[in-house]
Design a protein around this ligand. Structure first.
Ligand SMILES: Nc1ncnc2c1ncn2[C@@H]1O[C@H](COP(=O)(O)OP(=O)(O)OP(=O)(O)O)[C@@H](O)[C@H]1O
Ligand SMILES: [Mg+2]
Length: 250
C-alpha cells in the first residue's frame, strides 16, 4: 500500500464578491502520508478553513487538484464525494454543526443511520462513543445544554462513528481554555493513534502544534513545512503579523 494518502497540487482559491476579489490560496502543494498527524497553523483569516474545505471536497479550488490515493476528487460525482465523507473521512467543524433538535446521542447516531446501520446498532455504538469521549452522562442532553468542550466531544464522537481513515478537525481547541484544549487534543491524538488514522487539525495557537508529527504553516496563501518543523522552531513575526519558522526570511 502506498504511503501517500492525500496529494494537494497547486491549489489556488480566489473568492469573488461584489466588493472585492480575495485570493486566499495561491498555488500551494503538499503531500500527506497514511498515519500522519499534521497541524496547520496560521493566523485568523489565513485560509485554514478554506484549505480543509477543499481537502474535504466541500468547496472547489479555483485551480489545482486534490488527489486521494491518486484519484482526483474534482472528477468525482456528488455521490462519490458524499460516500467518501460518510465512510472515509471524519470532519470536526469549527462551528460544530450539531443538530439542535437532536440529543447528543442522536447527533452521534446520524452518520451511522445514513450509512444504513440499524437504529439498535447505531445507538449501541453511539453510547460506546459517548463513553470513549467522556460524555456518557450527557447522552440525552441537547447541544444547547452542553458547554463548548462537551459539544466538541460530541462532534469527535460523531466524526469517528463510521471508522474513517482520515480525521479532520478545524480549530478543535478554538473555543476552549488551555486545559480543556489539551484534553481535547490528547483525546483526538489517542483516537487517531488507536485507529491508525491520518489526522489533520488546524489552530491559530502555536502551543497547540506541540503534539503534531508535522507542522504546516499557512502564510501568504501558501502552506509551508520545514524539515525540522517543531514547536520550538516557530516564531511570530510581529512586523508582518504571521507565524514563520525560525531562520526563514519570508
Ligand atoms: N465564502 C467566502 N466568500 C468570500 N470570502 C471568504 C469566504 N470564505 C472565506 N473567505 C475569506 O477568506 C479568508 C480565509 O478564510 P478562512 O475561513 O479560510 O480563514 P481561517 O484561517 O480559517 O480563519 P479563522 O482562524 O478565523 O477560522 C478570509 O479573509 C475570509 O474572509
Ligand atoms: Mg477557520
Amino acid at each position: 500500500m502506498s504511503k501517500k494518502i492525500i496529494s494537494v497540487e497547486n491549489l489556488t482559491k480566489t473568492f469573488v464578491s461584489k466588493a472585492e476579489e480575495l485570493t486566499v490560496l495561491q498555488g500551494t502543494s503538499f503531500n500527506i502520508n497514511r498515519g500522519d498527524v499534521i497541524c496547520l497553523l496560521g493566523i485568523s483569516g489565513s485560509g485554514k478553513t478554506t484549505t480543509l474545505n477543499i481537502i474535504a471536497g466541500l468547496d472547489e479550488p479555483t485551480s489545482g487538484r486534490v488527489l486521494y490515493g491518486g484519484s482526483n476528487i474534482g472528477e468525482w460525482t456528488l455521490n462519490q464525494l458524499y460516500d467518501f465523507r460518510l465512510q472515509e473521512m471524519g470532519i470536526i467543524f469549527q462551528e460544530f454543526y450539531l443538530l439542535e433538535h437532536l440529543t447528543a446521542l442522536e447527533n452521534i447516531m446520524v452518520p451511522m443511520i445514513l450509512a444504513e446501520k440499524t437504529e439498535d446498532e447505531a445507538q449501541e455504538r453511539a453510547l460506546e462513543l459517548l463513553t470513549q469521549v467522556g460524555l456518557r452522562k450527557k447522552a440525552i442532553n441537547h447541544p444547547e445544554e452542553l458547554s463548548s468542550g462537551e459539544k466538541q466531544r460530541v462532534c469527535i464522537a460523531r466524526a469517528i462513528a463510521n471508522y474513517p481513515s482520515i480525521l479532520i478537525a478545524d480549530e478543535p481547541t478554538g473555543t476552549l481554555d488551555s486545559k480543556a484544549g489539551d484534553e481535547i487534543i490528547n483525546l483526538l491524538l489517542g483516537i487517531a493513534q488507536q485507529r491508525q488514522m491520518t489526522f489533520i487539525y488546524t489552530t491559530h495557537d502555536p502551543y497547540v502544534t506541540k503534539l503534531a508529527k508535522r507542522i504546516f504553516l499557512i502564510q501568504n496563501g501558501l502552506v509551508v513545512e520545514n524539515g525540522q518543523s517543531s514547536f520550538d522552531n516557530i516564531e511570530f513575526d510581529e512586523k508582518n503579523f504571521k507565524y514563520k519558522f525560525k531562520g526563514d526570511k519570508i
